[in-house]
Design a binder for this molecule. Sequence first.
Ligand code: AMP
Ligand code: MN
Ligand code: MN
Ligand code: MN
Length: 285
Amino acid sequence: MSEKFPHDINVDFHMHSNASDGALSAEELVRRAADNGVQMLALTDHDTLAGQQAAMETARKLGLHYVSGVEVSVTWGGETVHVVGLNVDIHAQGLNQTLAGIRQGRHGRAQAMARDLVSHGLPDILEDAKAYARNPDLIGRTHFARALVAKGVCASMNDVFQRYLTPGKPGYQAHQWATLTQAVHAIRGAGGVAVLAHPARYRLSAIGHWALIDEFKTLGGTAIEVVTGSHTDQDARKFQRIAVERGLHASRGSDFHAEGESRFDVGAVPPLPDATRPVWHGWAG
Ligand code: AMP
Ligand code: MN
Ligand code: MN
Ligand code: MN
């Protein structure tokens, strides 16, 4: 690992374990990362730090550089936006309280999702979805999607999100997550770096994207994901330019959830473009 060439390090700062909606335990996931040649990584489960200790310990055993992480659910301008926190103090009270508040809303939301699917003539899959959620506090759309595939209602996860669980489709529940201010402040308050996750995924106009990035920066956000499993090469080039223009650091992550579900395996997304300053600059070595 050379601090002189931070682009040459295989860094994956976005992945999920079964503490949220990934399929592998934190330990299995870190072992998979090591097998794939990842040298520095962060487990970034949705709205929970439950997997951090196990991920850190496994990384230490395997000689990988571990960075603590979390992916915080936010509602901004009526759209769900995700903010990754890196290098956070996992014991920070403010961050833990903010995450606990977000998690609380997931129970009622899951019940409403199940009821809405039933009202559209589908079977009641709440118990099945719960069975997929290894962390009962973290029940989410992925668990419902797995249940719909297992029941034979849908052929694949993609098929689920095309027909259900997305805005305007059966099973989707508009939900109020944290505010952008709460998320960035909680991450910064825990000593961490706030990274705007997969910016190309948000259904925002060009002006909306600028407004989001400007507000994120003003609040203290310092990086955006340029390379992620849900960006095309074109998306990566676009947000690389935006990162350079706005003086934001760039992050790289697979957003791996499960084999057979995710487009990219852990550590297997393209490298960051040379022109961007990696968010891990200064962390290696
Ligand atoms: P939730 O936090 O419960 O709203 O669930 C969000 C999660 O659902 C994301 O992190 C993905 O894991 C999954 N998801 C959302 N949209 C899609 C999609 N179009 N294809 C596959 N997975 C998706
Ligand atoms: Mn997810
Ligand atoms: Mn996300
Ligand atoms: Mn994610």
